[in-house]
Structure formats: C-alpha cells, structure tokens
Ligand binder design. Structure first.
Ligand code: SF4
Length: 455
C-alpha cells in the first residue's frame, strides 16, 4: 500500500475531531419538539401530486446485538413484539395515505433497521400490499432492503423477489474471525455467498455490501483480506464506514475492548487500504465512502454531478420528499425535517391515539437551504462553486467565507483551496471532507459532541 501523503499530524488533528456524517443539514441533534405532527401533516399534504416521493420504513428488531451497532434497534427472540409493531406500522401508513386526497407517486422505497427481513415472508408481502393500497408504486420504483445474511431464509429471498425488490444491502463488516468474535457477529464467508446466490436467483441483482474499518483487532492486512474475499462475490456497490465508538450514547459498545481499537492514523491506513484494493479491482470511488462498478447508476450519477446524499448515505434518489414510517424514522420535505418517536412504546401510543408519531423536527430557513446545498455538493463532489450556489439561493457568497475561521484553518493546512469563489478539496484530502463540510455548518459548535470521529 502506498503511504498516504498527508502528514500524520494532520490526520490526527482532523481525524480525532468528532464530526457529523452530513446525511442531512442541519443534522439530527438540531431537531426540536417545536416541529411536531401538525407540521408533518401540513408538509405531507403540500407534496405536489406530480412529484415522485421516497418512502423509508424502519424495522427496529434484531435477533442478537452486534456490539458495534449504532442503529435504533431492539433485541427480540420472540415474534410477538415484531407482529405488534407491524400492526402499528401498517396503521401509520394507512393514516398518511388517508390524509392525502390523491395517491402519492413513489419512486423509491427503502427498508432499514434493525433487520427488515426479521419479518416472515407473508408479513413482508402484506406490508408491501398496504403500501400499494396507499401509494402509487409503479413498476419502475426502486425498492431496497437491508439484509442480515445470518438470518435470511430462502423463502424470504423469494418473497423479496416476488414483491419487486430491486436492491439488497448486506451487512458484511469483516470476515476476520478475531474481529467477528470481538464484535459479537459471527458470519461466515459461505453464509454471505449463499445469501448473494439466493438473492440473485430471485432476480435481485443489485447488491451492496457494507464493510467497516476501525473495529477492534482490525488492521490493514485484515481489511485487505476481507475486501479481497468480498470482491469475489462481485457486489455492484460497497459502502465502507469507520466504526463510530460512542459508548456514552450506545451502552452495548462498552462491551468492545477499547484497547483493541486503532487510532486515527491507523484507521486512515485501513480506509486507504480498502479503497486501493477496491479501486484496483475496478470499482469507482463515490464520494467519501461508497464504491461502485463503473456501470452502476451511482457511478454514472457521480460523473454527471447528480449524486445526492440522504440518511442512507450516497444515493441517486432525486425525490425531494421522503416520508419516514416506523419508530425513529426521519422524513424530509421542502419545508424541513421530521423524526418519529424513538421508543417503541411512545411511537405505538401516538399512532394508537390516531395521530402521526412525529416527536421532533426542524423547519428550514433560506440560509439553511443554502448551507445544505453547499454541504451536499462538498460531500458528493469534493468541491463546490460557492458563488454559483449562493447566487441560486439569492445570497451574497461572502456570507460563506467572511469570518469563517474553521475554513481559514483548513485552507492554511492545505486541506482545501478557495479561488474565484470555488472551493476545492484536494484528492489527498478527501479523507477530511467532513471537516470541510463542518466549516459551513452554522450549528456545528453546539451540535458536535455526540458525533463519531472523522477518521
Ligand atoms: S444486525 Fe445491524 S441493526 Fe441489528 S444489531 Fe447488528 S448492526 Fe445493529
């Protein structure tokens, strides 16, 4: 592996900073109860009929806890809590559907978790039926499901194929047995390969693998070995994340041996090694942490400047409105963001009371929209025409750089350049993109404490 040209000092300086992943702007810690069910209902009703909408459904259950997990999930060995939850979820979908005079056109559906495929095949088919009764889901709709290969049955793969699922995102993380033991997630290479085979046999050919670096006992060799084994299964995409160790927020992460975690520089080496191995195998790097085969639409969108960022990471999804269903789900509208209650009991009670389950949210100002645009372009393109973006929002561009000490420091450190109103992050500084984005985050100083390290 080539030595990263950036100095160790710089990596440690920015890599140790806790930074958001900027899957939204403003980020979720800024949301407040000032925005609730009333705003959510208004915003759903204001979605133009002719626009295509995205849906997100959260299934917050798993059979066992992976100690690195950062998701909203509950461990349940019993099926009844899951069945009860599905009842509530279906009522929520129906109440949103009934609130509209027309059926909204749906372009994208994403099932996330937790483990969405923890439900039985007939339950998944029924859930898709409820969605179809309440929304216009055309044959071109893209439907993605997050999958835990350890629990996917052949019958469930058949149900996914039958209901028109187009993309499967598989949690793989690491094939290293020492790492797997340290994170309480034992998943053989054979299990992953069998899942890929089963999905492809049912017509689901768009496959994504999630990998993680910075896990306990991981090193560069272990990362390369995992990637080399994963490449043999030829998924279309990889999403490669750094492990976010936040035991103050996720108590089960205390089970992870902190002494076995790599520092910022070593994490950077792992990320670089994974990237180089994937690029050598023909994958294109997309944004900060995704990789795709050249013919994949994510790669095409990246070349054409049409890449976007949403709560799932990089996406080709161009829908302006995203409606979230289920506990903790986040929705996005032209007017702002909404998030459902996180605790399952509170979520269920809100729906049982006949309302929406919105707990908090955020109403966007025109300056937020400008900053959101700048941050999205930076995260997707590693550069942004600040003058052009500011003009398109009716702002003076100097608002973005005058007195911006964080930006000045990044420019001084050689991470970014600003010339003729265009900000450019150099190839060697891609790793620092979250730090650059944070220079345009008006809420960063107040919101930064709970985020993961950048490296
Ligand atoms: S399967 Fe995914 S959501 Fe469930 S505990 Fe493991 S990492 Fe978390």
């Amino acid at each position: 592996m080539m030595e990263h040209p950036m100095t160790k000092t710089l990596i440690e300086k920015y890599g140790e900073t806790r930074l958001p992943r900027y899957t939204s702007y403003p980020t979720a810690p800024v949301f407040s109860p000032k925005v609730g069910p009333t705003e959510c209902a208004e915003w759903i009703n204001a979605v133009p009929s002719e626009e295509s909408t995205s849906l997100y459904l959260h299934i917050p259950f798993c059979r066992s806890m992976c100690w690195y997990c950062g998701c909203h999930t509950t461990i349940s060995e019993r099926d009844q809590p899951i069945l009860d939850y599905l009842d509530v979820l279906q009522r929520e979908i129906a109440s949103v559907g009934e609130a509209r005079q027309d059926k909204l056109n749906v372009g994208e559906i994403h099932f996330g978790g937790g483990t969405p495929t923890i439900v039985k095949p007939e339950e998944f088919i029924a859930l898709m039926g409820v969605l179809s009764s309440n929304f216009a889901i055309g044959p071109a709709a893209r439907i993605a499901v997050e999958i835990d290969p350890r629990t996917l049955t052949v019958e469930m793969a058949e149900a996914l194929g039958q209901t028109g699922v187009t993309r499967a995102s598989l949690g793989v993380q690491s094939f290293d047995p020492v790492v797997q033991k340290a994170i309480n997630r034992i998943q053989s290479e054979e299990t992953t390969a069998a899942t890929v085979g089963s999905l492809r046999a049912n017509g689901i050919n768009a496959i994504n693998f999630d990998l993680i670096y910075g896990l306990p006992f991981q090193d560069v060799r272990s990362c390369i070995d995992t990637v080399e084994r994963a490449i043999k299964m030829r998924p279309d995409r990889f999403a490669v994340f750094g492990y976010a160790h936040v035991p103050g927020f996720k108590k089960h992460q205390r089970l992870i041996d902190e002494n076995a975690l790599a520092g910022a520089y070593e994490r950077n080496q792992q990320a670089e090694a994974i990237s180089e191995t994937l690029v050598s195998a023909g994958y294109k790097q997309i944004g900060l942490d995704h990789f795709a085969l050249p013919e994949d639409d994510l790669a095409t969108a990246s070349i054409n400047g049409r890449l976007h960022r949403n709560f799932q990471g990089y996406t080709t999804d161009e829908c302006r409105a995203l409606i979230g269903f289920g506990a903790s789900s986040i929705g996005r509208f032209a007017q702002g963001y909404v998030q459902n209650e996180v605790p399952l009991g509170l979520y269920a009670r809100r729906i049982a009371d006949g309302g929406l389950a919105t707990a908090k949210g955020y109403a966007l100002t025109s300056e937020d929209r400008l900053r959101a645009d700048v941050i999205e372009r930076l995260m997707c393109d590693f550069g942004a025409d600040l003058e052009q973006i500011a003009a398109s929002h009716g702002f003076d561009p100097t608002l973005l750089w005058d007195g911006n000490t964080r930006l000045a420091e990044l420019i001084d450190d050689g991470v970014a350049t600003l010339e003729a109103g265009k900000l450019l992050v150099s190839e060697r500084s891609r790793f620092m993109i979250r730090a650059v984005a944070s220079a345009f985050d008006a809420y960063f100083e107040n919101a930064g404490r709970g985020f993961s390290k950048a490296a």
